[in-house]
Write a protein that binds this ligand. Sequence first.
Ligand code: IP8
Length: 443
Amino acid sequence: MTIQVDDAGWGDPVGGVFLGVFRVDTNEYVVKEIEVVHFQEPNFDNKTFLARGLELVLEAFNCLGVTLDEPIQVCRGVVLDGVREGLNAKGYEVIPTKIEGQLQELVEANFVESLRQMGIRDIPRVSGKERFFRQLEWIQDDLEHRERYAKTGWKNWPTKLRNWRPKWRRKHRASLKPPIIIKLGGSVISDKTQRSTPRIETIQQLISEIVAIESHPVVVIHGGGSFGHFLAKDYQLRKGGRSQEKKIGVTKTASEMTRLGHLIHGAFLKTGRPAVPIRSSSIIVAIDGRISHMDLQALREFLRQRFIPILSGDVVADTVRGFTIVSGDQIAMYLARLLHSKQVVFATDVDGLYSADPKEHPDAKRIDLITPDTLDLIFNEIAVGASSEAADVTEGMRGKLDEIFKGLPDDCEVLITDIRQPGTLEKIIHGRPVPATHLRQHS
Ligand code: IP8
């Protein structure tokens, strides 16, 4: 009976190369993969894929019980040079052939399915230009994490393919400025002393100020306020857990955060400025309470199209705790780093941090600048006006300052201020002075 051997993926920049072995008369089929590491340096230069290919084909022969009297038709591709030579040496009758038909389709389909499983969508079944560039595009979307799946041993990988961008993308990427990130404090947008009580007018006022910014892309993140923190505290969600009761707590909190998000989104809708909610729990995974992964693809695309993405502190999946609460502050600083933002604004109901509650102590002094060097000193002195953190599971102002400094890039400034005053945000963006507390890594 005739045996055929064919490959798929040799000309594709992502993944290994699939080898299919097929007994024509019985339709028996075995597929193997020469792993992508054989197409990366130093292996690729040493052509380790030749020996690996032979090894895998012999494994497949073993599965199928191929005997020396069966003629072996082997595709003529370079990747199978080692297979043809090795089988010859072992006494098989090798016939170099152009393989078409059933086997070719099977092995191509297996290869394409493996690309799909990596997460490459809309990948054409037939090899060619479109399939090739779709893979490069996928790598470019997250070069840092996806390059390891590429055939980086190819000579033109470092010189050409690694830096490839479709023309339309180059244009759009160039026009994307780092966004300004605005965190709306939970105690501004809700009454934190009463469960699920929004401050509708304040929300509208804040959003109207935000949409007035036309010159910069903006990302908005809101806190949980009395929609998130009461429930998160009732069920101790930050610690995570596995019990059914806790999971119900997650469900209730997520539902309340949806309600709050809907109110914020509704305020954008009234202004006529395109804004899109992006659910933090759908794009974030945490490890032991800290964000370990954030999928920014959708957010970036929306920013490019001049939408304002709206995120929030949220209850998210945690690979250690099961789930946890990540604060809007943590998200804001994480985004600032990834999106190279130069300014992050924490919108509160007072124009900065004061030495005492300015509503009760008119002589209280605003702290204009905090750096890591002055942080300890200031920690014991600050009060934050009306921003009562009674039910705050993400640790109120102390937690906020720690969180900010943990993630603050050197070239980024954080301002804690009240942006309801018309024009304040505009001034901040243009570097003009506003009453605020500034946080920087260096004075
Ligand atoms: O108000 C916490 O976010 P934060 C979110 O920014 C929840 O700390 C669900 C409590």
